[in-house]
Design a protein around this ligand. Structure first.
Ligand SMILES: N[C@@H](CCC(=O)N[C@@H](CS)C(=O)NCC(=O)O)C(=O)O
Length: 216
């Protein structure tokens, strides 16, 4: 049984959630209110010293940071895993790409533009820069996905999940997706994979962090 500390909303939190759901693995989700500062509260930092969500705690009590890193133990032994050393290296290559070229730009543009617009006021220049950098990353992804059904090899897997987390909500960051037809088709294919659940499903069965134990 895994415990996932996450906020329903961020693509980073959705990645392990989607993988756990698609594999039918036991999961208890604790909802952390990042806007209220819960991901920086002493009680949370005792679990994850670097702060922030998501945090995945394995059955033996090991805490894991890094949404893409979480996909490895969750996927191990399943058909979602890249099979050989080269494929694993390629998977890591795309996960690092996601954390450098996509997530740091799509995430804040979506957060300040769509999710919490009152915090985005006065940040128009930054927003434009995030959108431009996000679009530049998506152009590289578009070139990779042209002529492919999935990110790597012939099978949907953890690399697709890592990339999907933010790419499927790039429109919510007000990034124009019209120049990226291969990405749009791939998003549709991911949404048809067995056991797929949308990001909105994260709110359904979550236990609020504030109710899990005593107040700080
Ligand atoms: N690289 C990390 C990024 C984690 C991250 O930036 N988390 C954000 C939400 S997406 C957060 O918790 N922000 C609030 C905070 O750090 O207090 C990952 O992939 O998990």
């Amino acid at each position: 049984m895994y415990t996932l500390y996450a906020t329903p909303g961020p693509g980073n939190c959705f990645k392990p959630f989607l993988a756990l759901r698609q594999l039918g693995l036991g999961m208890r989700m604790i909802s952390v209110d990042v806007l209220a500062g819960e991901a920086r509260a002493p009680r949370f930092l005792a679990l994850k010293p670097v702060g922030g969500v998501p945090l995945l705690v394995t059955a033996d009590g090991t805490g894991l940071s890094g949404s893409n890193a979480m996909l490895w133990p969750v996927g191990e032994g399943s058909g979602l895993m890249p099979q050989d050393a080269l494929a694993r290296a390629q998977s890591l290559q795309w996960m690092f790409f996601e954390q450098m070229k996509l997530e740091p730009h799509i995430s804040p543009a979506r957060f300040f533009g769509r999710l919490v617009p009152e915090r985005g006021r006065g940040r128009e220049a930054e927003m434009a820069a995030w959108r431009a950098r996000g679009a530049a990353g998506l152009a590289l992804l578009e070139a990779h996905l042209r002529g492919r059904d999935v990110m790597l090899g012939d099978c949907y897997g953890i690399t697709d999940i890592a990339i999907f987390g933010y790419v499927h909500v790039a429109e919510e960051a007000e990034i124009d997706m019209r120049p990226f037809p291969a990405i749009r088709s791939w998003i549709h294919r991911v949404q048809q994979t067995p056991g797929f659940v949308p990001l909105s499903a994260m709110g359904e069965a979550a236990i609020p962090f504030a109710c899990k134990a005593g107040a700080d």
